[in-house]
Design a protein around this ligand. Structure first.
Ligand code: SAM
Length: 235
């Protein structure tokens, strides 16, 4: 269970309404049962449920069960699609450490709810034992992202998923980039505009990859690219 409070041996913490509901009604836990809690900073702790009231559960932390793992360095930029839960959850599971919504010309979902995005990441982190929930930055425009890339990301390479890229193997491309700090960029349902494509391809920090001959849904492309990066570059 993800909590927002600091964790230490012997501490007692109260769960919020949603976590209480999850623990009591979904996981069917009762006083005396154990669970694991984490907060993205202090590792994971084994906890005992000491009290279950109507809308409140109190836990006592027994001992640390895992050390905190550092956030992965992989940066994931995505043009927000209409349903973002899957893309955020998969990016969290697959080790993206920083998530950045990027507003491109054809984005149809530019009004994002940061709490909802965070909730999707927390849900995936809880289910998959990812101890460091990725940081989700406020949205940035495509132009600003490219203009500020060098200042913010220094020598990080931006892997641009481009369905029109020449079909050199993405594995070979990623192999060449082993050891480099990487970012990944995926377009929206309507893809990148021709101008955006050209702008990306002009930048020396951008490396295009093709994910094969078929046009994939944006969220599928994200999973495929993240899997490739993990398998080849190991991030
Ligand atoms: N219309 C579909 C949808 O609603 O999801 C397809 C969208 S596809 C144009 C969205 C993004 O996925 C593209 O901008 C690109 O970043 C990535 N993508 C899809 N297929 C790809 C491929 N074969 N190779 C590389 N990137 C791909």
């Amino acid at each position: 269970l993800y909590v927002e409070t600091p964790l230490s041996n012997g501490a007692e913490i109260d769960l919020d309404k949603d976590q209480t509901n999850h623990l009591v009604n979904v996981l069917r836990r009762a006083p005396g049962d154990n669970c694991i809690v984490f907060n993205g900073q202090d590792g994971a702790f084994l906890a005992e449920i000491v009290q279950v009231a109507k809308k409140l559960v109190s836990l006592r932390l027994i001992e640390r069960s895992a050390q905190q793992t550092p956030a992965n360095d992989l940066w994931f930029g995505f043009a927000p699609i209409k349903r973002l839960d899957y893309e955020i959850q998969k990016a969290t599971e697959m080790g993206a450490g920083k998530l950045q919504p990027v507003i491109t010309r054809y984005v149809q979902n530019a009004r994002l709810n940061p709490d909802k995005l965070k909730a999707h990441a927390i849900e995936a982190a809880q289910q998959c034992e990812v101890l460091s929930v990725p940081e989700i930055s406020p949205e940035i425009s495509f132009d600003k992202l490219l203009a500020s890339w060098r200042d913010i990301h220094a020598d990080r390479i931006l892997i641009f998923c481009d369905e029109a890229a020449a079909s050199a193997s993405p594995v070979e491309t990623l192999n060449r980039l082993k050891g480099r700090r990487l970012g990944l960029l995926i377009g929206p349902e309507g893809g990148f505009s021709e101008k955006e494509r050209e702008t990306l391809l002009e930048r020396d920090f951008v490396v295009p990859i093709s994910l094969g001959p078929r046009i994939l849904r944006a969220d599928t492309a994200a999973v495929a690219a993240l899997a490739l990066i993990q398998a080849v570059a190991g991030d």
